[in-house]
Design a protein around this ligand. Structure first.
Ligand code: OGA
Ligand code: MN
Length: 296
C-alpha cells in the first residue's frame, strides 16, 4: 500500500498530517524513509495512528532518521530507569511498573514538559526529530500541543524580525526547571546543565525555511541584560504560541507522532496522576550546532 499523507487540519494546512499505509514495525525501504523525510519537510508534525511497536521496533524505526540521543535529560539516575537508554520515559511509572506518586521529585521534574519547549535545546548540538509512541493513555486529558515556529517567524513584524536576527540565546535546564522552582541539583545534573549557545532564528538544514528557535530552556540572550532578555523571549513565545499556530493532539493508544524540533515547540497539557500514562520517546540527535544555521 502506498504511503498516504493527509493534512490533518485545514487551518494548519502545512503543519500537521496523518500518515497511513505504512507499518513502522517492519524494516523500511529507502523509498519509504525518504517519503517520511519529505513529508516532515512540509509538515513538521506527523501522526501515524495504530502503530503497535515493541521498544526494539520503535528504536529500529527511529534509527532510519539518524543517530539516537541517549535519555540523559530526565531526572532518573541510570539504575532507576524503567526503559533502555535510547528511550525517554514519558510516563508516571517507576522501574517496577508501579505508579510514581504525585509529590515524587521525578514526577515534579517531568512537569517541565508542560512548559513550551523544543527537545534537547539544552544540548550544544540539539535534537532534530522526536518520535513519541503512546502505550497507555488516561481516559481523559493528557493531550500534547505543538506550535509552528515557521509560521510564527513569518507572522512577526519586520522590526521584531530584525531584532531577532543574529541573536544568540543561552539554553539550560537550569532555566526551565528554575521556572518550576527547582534550585538544587545533583552534581551529575549540574554538569549536564552548563548553558549552551543557540541561534534565536535558524534556517532548517534541509528545507532552509526560517524558524524562531525558542524553548523554556532559553534563559539569556548574549549581550542583553537578563530581565530584558527574559521579557523579550517571553513575548516571542507568547506570539509563537497563539492559537493560530497551535495544533492540539488528542492521543489514541498506539499513535506514534514524529515532530521536528528544528521547526516546532511543544508542551504536555497534563492529566490526573491517579491515571497511568505511558509514552516512550526516541530522539534523533542533531549533527550541527543551530549557530551554523543562522540566516544571514
Ligand atoms: C516529550 C514531551 C509531551 C507530552 O515527549 O518530549 O514533551 O505530552 N511530551 O508528554
Ligand atoms: Mn518534549
Amino acid at each position: 500500500m502506498p504511503l498516504k499523507v493527509i493534512p490533518f487540519n485545514p487551518k494548519l494546512i502545512d503543519f500537521v498530517a496523518k500518515v497511513e499505509g505504512i507499518s513502522l514495525g517492519e524494516p523500511l525501504a529507502v523509498k519509504s524513509v525518504e517519503a517520511i523525510f519529505n513529508a516532515l519537510d512540509r509538515f513538521a508534525v506527523l501522526v501515524f495512528p495504530n502503530q503497535v511497536l515493541t521498544d526494539e521496533q520503535h528504536i529500529r524505526f527511529s534509527r532510519y532518521f539518524g543517530d539516537l540521543e541517549l535519555a540523559t535529560g530526565d531526572y532518573m539516575k541510570q539504575d532507576d530507569r524503567r526503559l533502555q537508554m535510547e528511550l525517554n520515559d514519558i510516563s508516571n511509572l517507576d522501574r517496577k511498573g508501579g505508579k510514581i506518586e504525585a509529590a515524587d521529585v521525578k514526577r515534579l521534574f517531568s512537569l517541565g514538559n508542560m512548559l513550551w519547549h523544543s527537545d534537547s535545546s539544552f544540548k550544544a548540538i540539539p535534537a532534530q526529530y522526536s518520535i513519541l509512541s503512546a502505550k497507555i493513555i488516561p481516559t481523559t486529558e493528557g493531550d500534547t500541543e505543538f506550535a509552528d515556529m515557521r509560521a510564527a517567524w513569518k507572522a512577526l513584524d519586520e522590526k521584531t524580525q530584525q531584532k531577532c536576527l543574529g541573536q544568540v540565546t543561552l539554553h539550560s535546564q537550569l532555566y526551565s526547571r528554575g521556572e518550576l522552582g527547582f534550585t538544587e541539583f545533583r552534581e551529575d545534573q549540574q554538569e549536564a546543565m552548563v548553558p549552551v549557545r543557540q541561534a534565536l532564528v535558524r534556517s532548517h538544514p534541509r528545507t532552509k525555511k526560517i524558524s524562531l528557535y525558542l524553548s523554556a530552556h532559553a534563559g539569556m540572550i548574549e549581550g542583553w541584560t537578563i530581565p530584558e532578555a527574559r521579557i523579550f523571549l517571553k513575548r516571542l513565545s507568547e506570539h509563537a504560541t497563539q492559537r493560530e499556530f497551535v495544533y492540539r493532539h488528542k492521543w489514541r493508544v498506539n499513535d506514534l507522532v514524529i515532530w521536528d524540533n528544528q521547526a516546532t515547540m511543544h508542551r504536555a497539557m497534563g492529566f490526573d496522576n491517579k491515571q497511568v500514562r505511558d509514552m516512550r520517546r526516541t530522539t534523533i540527535a542533531g549533527n550541527i550546532s543551530s549557530l551554523k544555521d543562522m540566516p544571514s
